[in-house]
Ligand binder design. Structure first.
Ligand code: ATP
Ligand code: MG
Length: 448
């Protein structure tokens, strides 16, 4: 992409309405624009990151054997009356009427809708286990939307629902989600710690939240420091070897880790004092097992192997896809701007032409742009007539992993500069060397 043809409305000033760094940086980078309280437009740069995160979420869910689909944002009130949640959900639910005075709502979550789909189509244990999920916009009329996309009213969420014959199979599904979530967040460069959690309005028997430590987080968490050293990357996995998956869950749930709601001070005191951590954190995902809470009232039954009609055991599993954009920035930035982890970066490298009037600079930049592009590498080429200082500041602000700097002085000696944004390390190379280094780094990313 050539910057002169792109839409990147970078702001010079720190917007007054934003009081945490991720919100400030997203506005300054022209990633989002608030439409009204808690509702945002995703401008091109923000949209790219959102899609990269969404892709990783899809990929890990599909690896875990879960099946993607898409449900609508608007749901009929009747389904929620069946489960009893139409009245219980409270003021966070946006209720809507159509011209015939029929009642609808903008979905805050989808347990009822998916249970209705299931009961209309599945009637035998032979079709189980089944996990369906989608990534769709949700609406919750939060009392105080804040922190940009981290607590919006409209937000993008992955929500998945498992249907199983009995509790044991449903726990296997819970464990698959647990492990796939560890991997999902890890791939985005985040350390998300699973913690025992309260079930809230989703209801159910037990639950874990996945939390990213950040002093701007809204959750308070208590955990054993040893969790920070635990490796979430376990190589290739067969998600239907349920014992292997369970072992990973056991390893991660052994050390003490709880949110404020489930915190037990006496148990926490059993953790050695130098390992006890209390921190603020951002909730990026949550998983629930709730048995027959929805299948019973909504009559989602299957015929079991011994011929009885039994309600299916269910769970639901959410990831805050749009919240993750903010959470990743909270976890990865410096005083100059964002530092994107490579898998979610909007472009892999930025290309800066220091003299837009110099024929040699233009030629080298165009060649690099063409060649890297032909290798499938996304480049943002700053071909504008801005001053070098402004170009550097903008590249640092938007935080692409690599910066390639082409100027007449270097070119006189046959060299251009390659900068690694995370460390600031800058080295002079020939054009051929830069092509090779960037291509190799990109290949490593694809193979990871
Ligand atoms: P919170 O406690 O932060 O209000 P929640 O527990 O009500 O969230 P869940 O029902 O668990 O939310 O939704 C799944 C995921 O969706 C959450 O883990 C979070 O990452 C994301 N999410 C929830 N509410 C919002 C929101 N208002 N804005 C952005 N993301 C949200
Ligand atoms: Mg939650």
């Amino acid at each position: 992409m050539k910057l002169s043809k792109y839409f990147l409305p970078v702001l010079k000033e720190v917007p007054a309405e934003a009081n945490i760094i991720s919100h400030q940086l997203m506005l300054r980078c022209g990633m989002i624009k608030q439409t009204t309280a808690g509702i945002y437009s995703w401008l091109p740069l923000g949209f790219k990151v959102l899609k990269k995160i969404e892709e990783i979420v899809h990929d890990e869910q599909i690896k875990a054997g879960h099946i993607p689909m898409l449900m609508p944002t608007i749901q009929p009130a009747e389904l929620w009356q069946e489960s009893g949640r139409y009245d219980d959900y409270g003021k966070e639910m946006l209720r809507i009427q159509d011209r015939q005075d029929r009642n609808y709502l903008y979905g805050p979550t989808n347990e009822e809708l998916i249970t209705d789909i299931f009961r209309s189509n599945v009637s035998s244990y032979k079709d189980l286990p089944l996990t369906l999920y989608h990534i769709q916009w949700k609406f919750r009329d939060e009392l105080r939307p804040r922190f940009g996309v981290m607590r919006g009213r409209e937000f993008y969420m992955k929500d998945g629902y498992n249907f199983d014959l009995n509790e044991k199979d449903a726990i296997n599904a819970y464990n698959r989600h647990f492990v796939s979530y560890l991997r999902t967040f890890n791939r985005m460069g985040l350390q998300a710690i699973p913690m025992k959690a309260e079930t809230g309005p989703i209801g159910g028997n037990y639950s874990h939240e996945f939390l990213v430590l950040a002093n701007t987080g809204e959750s308070t968490v208590f955990f054993d420091k040893t969790l920070l050293d635990m490796d979430t990357d376990q190589g290739k996995l067969n998600y239907y070897q349920s014992r292997d998956i369970e072992k990973i869950v056991e390893r991660f749930t052994k050390p003490y880790a709880r949110t404020e709601d489930t915190h037990d001070e006496n148990l926490f005191m059993e953790v050695p004092e130098d390992c006890r951590i209390e921190s603020k954190a951002i909730e990026v995902g949550q998983i629930f097992y709730f048995g027959t809470k929805y299948s019973e009232p909504m009559k989602a039954f299957v015929v079991s192997p011994d011929g009885k009609r039994v309600p299916v055991h269910m769970g639901s599993h959410g990831i805050g896809v749009s919240r993750l954009v903010g959470a990743i920035i909270e976890a990865s930035h410096d005083e100059k701007g964002i530092i994107w982890p490579e898998p979610v970066a909007p472009f892999f490298a930025g290309l800066i032409n220091l003299n837009y009037r110099d024929d040699e600079c233009i030629k080298v930049c165009n060649d690099l742009y063409e060649e890297l592009g032909a290798n499938g590498i996304e480049i943002l080429y700053d071909d504008t007539d801005e001053r070098p200082g402004a170009k550097f500041a903008k590249m640092d602000l938007i935080g692409l992993p690599w910066q390639i700097v082409v100027g007449p002085k270097g070119l006189a000696e046959g060299k251009i500069e390659l900068v690694y944004r995370r460390t600031g390390a800058a080295t002079l190379f020939t054009v051929g060397e830069v092509l090779e280094k960037v291509s190799t780094a990109h290949k490593a990313l694809l193979e990871a």
